[in-house]
Design a protein around this ligand. Structure first.
Ligand SMILES: *Cc1c(COP(=O)(O)O)cnc(C)c1O
Length: 432
């Protein structure tokens, strides 16, 4: 039954993609913990494999619990559809594998999550894909890096690690003029704070591990398509596909062609599908996304202001602060808040090594958890220079925007005063 009303974000967050289970009436989305599905008859089996009929045949390709998450996220994003994957890395990889052929090129922002840089620079290179990095804030750089073999522009909306905000509408204009899909990793903002497709993005990818799941208990990812890009001249989607008996995905599935290829070929061949149990846990988290994000961003803004005013703090990078170079873009694209991930540096004091000082600070924190993740309901802290980026020299660190002094915080939903207390006691301990 089609509802006679366009429902709001919060309603779709708890209802979209699921009606009570027809067999049992179960209200919560059941966990369909099954690898395979009995066919009604031989014709149905053949039709399912031939993509002539919609249904589940094997959980590497699709699963009913995973499908609820996919449809819900597509609804929240304003996308034509979604394909869920085992992790955020798997989501990006699936998007690239579906669009690119050896010799193709990607123009990518240089302000990316570390794992993405490695995937693009090394793993995609093994497949003959060339990646050109640009300063995401330099529109001309995007234009100039495009060649006739460019098949995707790639950026995070809120970039790592300095919180740079992409002028998505402007970059989408460049992509549209050149008929190239713009792919946005919107992990840090979530569809609650910004829907990149409203500003011209073609495809969005998420690490659902972070704010979407929100509880630090499951990995997952998702690829979504706006359905508005004309793939009719895009070789990988329009040309006959030898790995699916020369199916033409665009001719056959139209605006859904890209996602059909992601599912029927890339997920089939890479196997990086989302487990039903994880889909259930991510759905559970997703149902409170807006409530959590309101608290995440309120806490983050308070903490960013507190740190910026603190005598021991050298600098703070958070796009919600007027001091941030993309504050105006954040006001435009992220009016409800610039996310809950921020970084800052401690002032140097005497001859103490700034890495040691940063480590001492982190060890003094009592409420913040020291670990490699973001987007948990709990507040998190990490010092990239001594952990994730440990192998790099000071010069290399500066080049990728991670100074030796950079401390990254992911602000949780705890009581604001308790987080301020924790930071204050750790900062005070530094001078003693
Ligand atoms: C964590 C993260 C990823 C990778 O996601 P996983 O779920 O850890 O594989 C990609 N992009 C961004 C911005 C992330 O924070």
């Amino acid at each position: 039954m089609k509802a006679e009303r366009t429902f709001g974000f919060d309603t779709r967050m708890v209802h979209a993609g699921h009606i009570p289970d027809a067999a049992t009436g179960a209200r919560a989305a059941p966990i369909y913990q099954t690898s395979s599905y009995v066919f009604y008859d031989a014709d149905q089996a053949a039709d399912l494999f031939d993509l002539k009929r919609y249904g589940h045949l094997y959980s590497r390709i699709s699963n009913p619990t995973v499908a609820v998450l996919e449809e819900r996220l597509a609804s929240l994003e304003g996308a034509t559809g979604a394909v869920a994957t085992a992790s955020g890395m798997a989501a990006q990889f699936a998007a690239f594998m579906t669009l690119l052929e050896p010799g193709d090129e990607i123009v990518a922002s240089s302000h990316l999550y570390g794992g993405s840089v490695v995937q693009l620079t090394y793993t995609l290179k093994k497949m003959g894909v060339i990646v050109r990095y640009v300063d995401p804030t330099d529109l001309q750089a995007w234009e100039q890096a495009i060649t006739p073999r460019t098949r995707a522009l790639y950026s995070e909306l809120i970039g790592n690690p300095r919180g740079s905000v992409l002028d998505i509408q402007a970059v989408a204009g460049v992509a549209e003029a050149q008929r190239i899909p713009l792919i946005i990793d919107n992990t840090i903002a979530t569809p609650y704070l910004c829907r990149p497709m409203d500003f011209g993005a073609t495809i969005t990818v998420y690490s659902a591990t972070k704010f979407i799941g929100g509880h630090g208990n499951s990995l997952g990812g998702v690829v979504l398509d706006s359905g508005k890009f004309d793939y009719s001249h895009f070789p990988a989607i329009a040309a006959p596909s030898p790995s699916y008996h020369n199916l033409r995905f665009f001719d056959t599935f139209g605006h859904y062609g890209f996602l059909m290829k992601v599912r029927a070929e890339t997920l089939r061949d890479t196997g990086a599908c989302l487990a039903p149990m994880n889909a259930f846990l991510l759905l559970q988290g997703l149902e409170t996304l807006s409530l959590r994000m309101e608290k995440h961003v309120a806490n983050a803004l308070t903490i960013a202001r507190y740190l910026e005013a603190h005598s021991q703090v050298d600098w703070v990078a958070y796009a919600g602060l007027p001091s941030h170079p993309q504050f105006d873009l954040a006001q435009k694209y992220l009016p409800q808040g610039a996310g809950a991930v921020l970084s800052f540096g401690l002032k140097r004091q005497g001859s103490e090594d700034v890495r040691l000082r940063s480590k001492r600070f982190i060890e003094r924190l009592q409420l913040f958890s020291h670990l490699a993740n973001i987007g948990d309901v709990r507040s998190l802290v990490i010092h990239p220079a001594s952990t994730t980026h440990q192998q790099l020299s000071d010069e290399e660190l500066e080049a990728c925007g991670v100074g030796a002094d950079l401390i990254r915080l992911s602000i949780g939903i705890e009581t604001e005063e308790d987080l301020l207390w924790d930071l204050e006691q750790a900062l005070r301990a530094l001078s003693s």
